[in-house]
Design a protein around this ligand. Structure first.
Ligand code: RIB
Length: 301
């Protein structure tokens, strides 16, 4: 079977990751236990997740004309991601994320740099990639105008548009109308739709103007079908090392397995995301197809 074609519009960051026994209090200095540099960024992570699982992936994004940018591009190319639509934004530093991993959780501060030089026009220039894709996906670490342009092009060419609304921000109706599937966690959905954060996942999902696949961390996922009925997929049990990039792995796998129907795509995305947290770094634990199949044979959700 031919590999599905996926166009990802999104961010590319260098992740500077410090591990620590616990998170510092404001104003406190702590001695950390380790430091590692990983390739990351939600767009790049989703592209790599889908490519490792066998999709043919094209990434539309931007890096700076600097050392991080070159390392990020080389790494994407080694993963088989087509980087011909990654623009070099002269005068902008490459995006970076300052990440602290402690107590099984993470804190992330992203400095967008070149990612915010991705304009609607730069997306328009790559319209052929969107026109020939089977699935188009984006997140919110690039300017909203670039995301909206991608959504418009996807709709124009009749391609499913998956939006992972992270980091969370209130979404304009103009964008929501163009989204086929929104993939937030509960907090992100509340912010995306300007709803109270104390609503239950089910109460939030029912208010969305499109289909939703909500990630619930260790609880798996909740998703609505085309008729608006809600379904749950439980998670796969693993011992987590670093949860950074679990949501991105989920999204990449969801796009990769889109053609198998939503329920199966969500099941495979939950399994891929579970595997991804068993290693440090956003991309290190992302499985290839063989690893995913082996995992599915030995685990229960
Ligand atoms: O979702 C994880 C990603 O968020 C990290 O790789 C970091 O770069 C930030 O974009």
């Amino acid at each position: 079977m031919q590999a599905p074609k996926i166009a990802v519009i999104g961010s590319i960051n260098m992740d500077l990751v410090t591990t620590s026994e616990r998170f510092p209090q404001p104003g406190e200095t702590l001695l950390g236990s380790g430091f590692t540099q990983f390739t990351g960024g939600k767009g790049a992570n989703q592209a790599v997740a889908a490519a490792r699982l066998g999709a043919s992936v094209s990434l539309i994004g931007a890096v700076g004309d600097d050392g991080f940018g070159r390392t990020l591009l080389e790494s994407l190319q080694r993963e088989g991601v087509d980087t011909n639509a990654v623009h070099i934004a002269a005068g902008h530093p490459s995006g970076m994320a300052n990440i602290t991993v402690a107590q099984g959780d993470n804190h992330i501060i992203v400095v967008s740099g070149a990612n915010f030089a991705l304009s609607a026009e730069s997306v328009r220039q790559e319209k052929a990639r969107i026109a020939e894709a089977d699935v188009v996906m984006a997140q919110l670490e690039t300017p909203l105008e670039a995301v909206i342009e991608a959504a418009k092009l996807a709709r124009k060419h009749g391609k499913p548009f998956i939006l992972n609304p992270a980091p969370a921000q209130a979404l304009p109706a103009q964008l929501l109308e163009l989204v086929d599937v929104l993939t937030p966690n509960a907090y992100e959905l509340a912010i995306s739709l300007s709803l109270p954060e104390n609503l239950s996942p089910e109460e939030l999902v029912v208010q969305a103007p499109c289909q939703v696949v909500m990630t619930l961390g260790a609880e798996g996922a909740l998703f609505s079908d085309a008729e608006g009925r809600q379904h749950r997929q439980s998670s796969f049990r693993v011992t987590p090392v670093d949860t950074t990039g679990a949501g991105d792995t989920f999204n990449g796998a969801l796009a990769r397995y889109w053609s198998r129907g939503l329920s199966e795509a969500v099941r495979l995305a939950c399994a891929a995301a579970a595997l991804s947290v068993t290693r440090a770094g956003a991309q290190s634990g992302m499985p290839d197809e063989a690893a995913l199949q082996a995992f599915l044979q030995t685990s229960e959700s």
